[in-house]
Design a protein around this ligand. Structure first.
Ligand SMILES: [Fe+2]
Ligand SMILES: [Fe+2]
Length: 348
């Protein structure tokens, strides 16, 4: 298959003309970068040297950002392998076979993202504990993730995808895809990776940057899948099919539910920490706003009021401005230690 072109072959059970087939093929072709080979080829030396030379506050900022990615990749990988895979079999969706095929590629790449981040943080930043014996699939996240809105978004993602996997209802599927593909992958992950690409020269991390180029390309395909899925549901709704009525409202409501929590995380790794790497909360906010406008309005043809989104973020900002982040973190760290005490006893 030539990349980007439709297949010149045909099958019987597999529809090679389906856009999900094309996405699957792209995943097979482009999603196969090898994390270990990348480690071998680029090496850890420069990243370790840069890490060692940074100030503690700068390290904290990077560690918080990557902690969000580490727990996030783990969450999306787990939900993709279980809930999303089941959602793709729903009778209300077209191209079930090709969607199921594509979902295996999505799952594979999410596990690779987790693999990269976990090994990278251990090899380069191994002066911190990532609480791996209590990972997000077992109900616990890294304290900074739990202490900020990111934990709430992941919680929402898990609940919505589990519900949609069980009901297979178009409205529930629309909500799940909105949180997972639009908000977590389309906004949070893209805003986060753009922050990594804006690190100042003293924070020179070639291995991290290379990997994030691959990760961002993978995420681009995941977002395309999510957008196409939502478009499909919206088309049915706009054609007047009763079962699909309410899809658009569900998408917009889910965005408004997630926006304040998404903003919390941006705030946490910028202003609350005095932003030593100058990632600039306003820049983060602007980028998020542009992504919302581009995906929801331009691509899906919805009518999300950008100013209303900004005012939701501003209200939330005033609220969390009062938080003492150090205190919140300490509280969560204590909780984790308690939980681990239970786990150390075998939990029985
Ligand atoms: Fe990912
Ligand atoms: Fe993804």
């Amino acid at each position: 298959m030539t990349q980007g072109l439709q297949s010149q072959y045909s099958g019987q059970r597999v529809n090679t003309q389906s856009r999900w087939y094309t996405l699957f093929q792209k995943g097979v072709e482009l999603g196969t970068w090898n994390v270990e080979k990348l480690f071998d080829e680029i090496g850890f030396e420069q990243d370790r040297a840069s890490w060692a030379a940074l100030e503690p506050a700068e390290r904290d900022q990077i560690r918080y950002l990557l902690s969000g990615f580490l727990d996030g990749e783990r969450e999306v990988a787990g939900d993709a392998a279980t809930n999303l895979q089941r959602i793709m079999q729903s009778p209300c969706l077209e191209s079930n076979t090709e969607k199921e095929m594509y979902m295996t590629m999505l799952t594979l790449t999410e596990h690779k993202h987790t693999q990269f981040l976990d090994v990278y943080m251990e090899e380069v930043m191994n002066d911190a504990d990532n609480y791996t014996d209590l990972d997000p699939r077992r109900g616990s996240r890294i304290p900074i993730v739990q202490a900020t809105g990111l934990g709430e978004v992941f919680e929402h993602q898990g609940l919505l995808t589990a519900k949609a996997a069980s009901t297979r209802d178009p409205i529930d599927i629309a909500k799940a895809a909105t949180t997972y593909h639009m908000n977590v992958e389309g906004i949070l992950a893209r805003v986060g990776s753009s922050a990594i690409s804006r690190f100042p020269p003293r924070a020179d991390f070639p291995l991290l940057n290379y990997a994030f180029k691959f990760i961002s390309t993978d995420e681009g395909r995941h977002i395309t899948h999510g957008i196409e899925l939502l478009k499909e549901l919206l088309e049915h709704e706009r054609a007047g099919e009763p079962q699909y009525q309410g899809v658009e409202r569900a998408i917009v409501n889910t965005l408004y539910q997630d926006v304040p929590y998404m903003a919390d995380f941006g705030y946490m790794f910028t202003d609350a920490l005095d932003d030593p790497l100058e990632l600039d909360f306003n820049e983060v906010l602007m980028r998020g706003g542009n992504l919302i406008d581009g995906m929801y309005n331009e691509t899906l043809g919805l009518d999300v009021d950008y100013m209303e989104v900004i005012s939701v973020v501003r209200d939330r900002y005033l609220e969390i401005n009062e938080w003492d982040i150090k205190e919140r973190l300490a509280e969560h760290e204590q909780q984790y230690q308690r939980k681990r005490g239970v786990a150390a006893d075998g939990g029985n």
